[in-house]
Design a protein around this ligand. Structure first.
Ligand SMILES: [Zn+2]
Length: 265
């Protein structure tokens, strides 16, 4: 690796307070912001680069991550880790909520490509495992990064995303991303989805392992430093561990019943 610059690049030394009258009026963001690692975008002290592949993975699939703007500012971001595992030209991140043909001509062209896929579960989606992937054509997959409701908003309010073939993952893998509460066990983080999808499309299981390694390191690191395991609501309910008062609202109560009984909502 060794791409990090040394010397001179460290955080500014702390002022002792003398001779800097008036400085306290200046905005403090620069001082508060912890120095970030240029490769994994993690604070330098908790850099995950040792868990990333030394060289970007060799893949023929091109990944487009459509990211909800709220996702970029989250503390625990998984997309920079994903991007760090892949060659730059195979992982493109677009941030926004509305993607129109004239503002995103490249994305529009991708959506019109007959080999393009969009990963979004639903009644219309085909299991990715069952899509016949002919290796002769370079394939493209679009993944939406955001909470389930943000992803829903992005998918349904952009007609461009109706053009590619809609696919979903028929996986029994439970989310390993235990730090962030997922509404159901099958709601995977973007990094997990990308890892599984790429392994299927490239017909290479080791891709999944390589991409998930930094996430596993991140989770164990967070747990060692006091973060609590956030099991999904589904897990808590099924194991009698749900300690919040049950909702009074009948619709919410019904939703929870469906969760416990494994009915896909
Ligand atoms: Zn790093």
């Amino acid at each position: 690796v060794g791409g990090e610059s040394e010397g001179g690049g460290g955080p500014p030394a702390e002022e002792d307070g003398r001779g800097c009258e008036g400085l306290w009026e200046l905005p403090v963001e620069e001082c508060v912001r912890r120095p970030e690692c240029g490769r994994c975008s993690r604070p330098q002290k908790v850099c995950l680069c040792p868990f990333l592949p030394i060289h970007p993975l060799t893949v023929s699939t091109c990944l487009y991550i459509v990211q909800h703007p709220a996702e970029e500012s989250r503390v625990l971001r998984t997309v920079p880790l994903l991007a760090a595992c892949l060659p730059k030209d195979k992982c493109k991140v677009l941030i926004g909520r509305r993607f129109t043909e004239d503002r995103y001509p490249e994305l529009a062209a991708v959506c019109r490509n007959s080999h393009a896929l969009i990963l979004y579960p639903g009644a219309e989606a085909v299991n990715l495992e069952e899509v016949s992937l002919t290796s002769a054509d370079p394939s493209v997959i679009i993944i939406i990064d955001g909470t389930c409701s943000q992803a829903k908003d992005i998918f349904y309010k952009n007609s461009l995303f109706r053009l590619p073939k809609q696919v979903q993952l028929k996986t029994s893998l439970s989310s390993q991303y235990v730090i962030r509460t997922q509404p159901t066990n099958t709601c995977l983080s973007t990094l997990e989805c990308a890892a599984i999808a790429l392994a299927i499309m490239e017909k290479n299981d080791s891709i999944q392992e390589t991409i998930l390694r930094p996430l596993q390191a991140l989770c164990s690191f967070q747990l060692q430093h006091g973060a609590q395991i956030h099991h999904s609501k589904e897990h808590l309910l099924k194991n009698g561990l749900y300690d919040k008062p049950m909702p009074k609202n009948k619709r919410k109560l019904r939703r929870m019943e469906l969760l416990v009984n494994n009915v896909k909502i």
